[in-house]
Design a protein around this ligand. Structure first.
Ligand code: HAM
Length: 421
């Protein structure tokens, strides 16, 4: 076959085309998730897909910097595609310092990461997220977690779990155990907790220089626990942190059911800007996190010179769609109007106009198909009604309407379509 070779017919690696059914499913997600954010008083923002590379690279962490789509424009500027929305929003705030705080913003938009594509890992994907900027209160943490779970509920994610962690807690624990020097090794080992067995994780720590005894203790303390238990553990480690989590627990409890939450010290987030609580959500059998977020109290200062505590989350929209099994939404046509010749064309157009202004989708036949071909076509594209305007019908002052769903046919006077609009 001539034309483009197959690899050029497909989008670039790790990217996808959105045909109408998939796009309508995406739109459904956008509408549902936006409604949740709006209901909490968040307002939508958008920023350029392209950012100054320097802005992107500032606090992303080496792993993410390596994933930035980087290029020079024709004037030699170093640019890159945004890998999330938290960083661009931090830049926007840096020259909008007079905005009344706290700022509540949300987004539903494309981000880019030059990651190794595999199931659930794309190079271009959508994120829905919120950022709450300018509050250090544990009520802000509770609010963000509440919006997060409400967003997951709204799209029908049923059996999900939100795992919370705080690097400060893990660091305190390591300090207590006298193994702060092995922080990186221990973090890396804990990060593998979902994938490896207890013995294997302990072995990783031991190989990194941690005594077997301590490695076992770390593993057992880092076992997933309820938020209640976690508050006890945290209070023993550090009373200040304990009191923060105590308050957070109270606020959270007032708003949402706590069964969805677990404290899990193996949640090590990839981005470098986090400073406090972090969290990730896992839905049903889906292996990868469908969303994640946390506090980044130092990031804004880095961009604007002004200290501004902040936190937020982002949900990976494609992953969430896969997790809830939303593949496509068909959008059938309401009316297809078929005429046999040009004489009926003015009637077809007038009827179409009337129906469209009533909010229906209407297609008028272009005159290249016979009735049999039209039937085949409209069944394939999905159509509710076929209106046929023939000579006989026109003489009688009616049109023939076929209800393709109910498989019924009836006539309707033309005058019904010519009433006042
Ligand atoms: P993140 O964990 O890097 O956080 O990404 C958020 C979500 O985006 C992930 O949980 C995942 O569902 C989705 N995601 C990440 N990488 C990919 C990929 N390659 N393909 C498909 N989906 C992906 C952030 O981006 C932070 N900005 C979240 C945040 C907002 N923290 C505070 N405010």
């Amino acid at each position: 076959m001539s034309g483009l070779p197959d690899y050029l017919r497909r989008p670039p690696r790790g990217m996808r085309d959105w045909l109408p059914p998939q796009f309508y499913a995406l739109r459904h997600m956008e509408e549902t998730l936006s409604k949740v954010a709006e209901a909490f008083g968040y307002r939508r923002v958008e920023t350029p897909v392209v950012e100054h590379f320097e802005v992107l690279a500032k606090k992303a962490g080496q792993e993410v910097v390596n994933e930035i789509y980087y290029f020079k424009d024709k004037a030699g500027r170093d640019l890159g595609l945004r890998f999330d929305m938290t960083v661009p929003i931090a830049r926007v705030i840096s020259y909008n310092l007079s905005l009344p705080r706290p700022i509540r913003w949300y987004y539903f938009t494309k981000v880019f990461r030059y990651d190794e594509p595999q199931h659930g890992r794309y190079r271009e994907f959508y994120q829905f997220g919120i950022e709450l900027i300018g509050s250090a209160s544990p009520r802000a943490d509770a609010e963000v977690l509440q919006v997060f779970t409400q967003a997951l509920d709204a799209v029908g994610a049923r059996s999900y779990i939100v795992k919370i962690n705080d690097r400060r807690v893990v660091d305190k624990l390591l300090e207590r155990l006298g193994v702060s020097a092995y922080r990186d090794v221990i973090y890396r080992a804990l990060d593998k907790k979902l994938k490896l067995s207890r013995e294997e994780v302990i072995k990783l720590m031991a190989e990194g220089g941690v005594s077997l005894d301590t490695a076992e203790r770390i593993y057992d303390i880092a076992e997933e626990m309820s938020i209640d238990e976690a508050v006890n553990v945290i209070t023993k480690l550090d009373s200040g942190l304990g009191s923060f989590y105590n308050k957070l627990l109270k606020y959270l409890e007032a708003a949402v059911s706590l069964d969805k939450f677990r404290f899990d010290m193996s949640i090590v987030r990839g981005l470098d800007y986090y400073t406090g609580m972090v969290f990730e959500a896992f839905a049903g059998e889906y292996k990868l996190a469908v969303g994640g977020g946390g506090r980044y109290d130092d990031l804004l200062e880095l961009y604007s010179g002004v200290k501004m505590p902040a936190l937020g989350f982002a949900i990976g929209v494609e992953r969430l769609m896969e997790a809830v099994g939303l593949e496509g939404v068909e959008k059938p046509l309401d009316y297809y109007i078929y005429i046999f010749d040009d004489d009926a064309y003015p009637h077809a157009v007038a009827i179409a106009k009337r129906l469209r202004s009533a909010g229906y989708s209407v297609v008028v036949e272009l005159g290249e198909k016979n009735l049999k071909e039209v039937f085949e076509y409209i069944l394939k594209i999905g159509t509710r009604y076929l209106i046929i305007i023939g000579k006989k019908e026109l003489e009688k002052g009616v049109v023939k309407i076929r209800d393709l769903q109910r498989r019924e046919e009836f006539e309707k006077p033309l005058s019904e379509f010519y009433g006042t609009t």
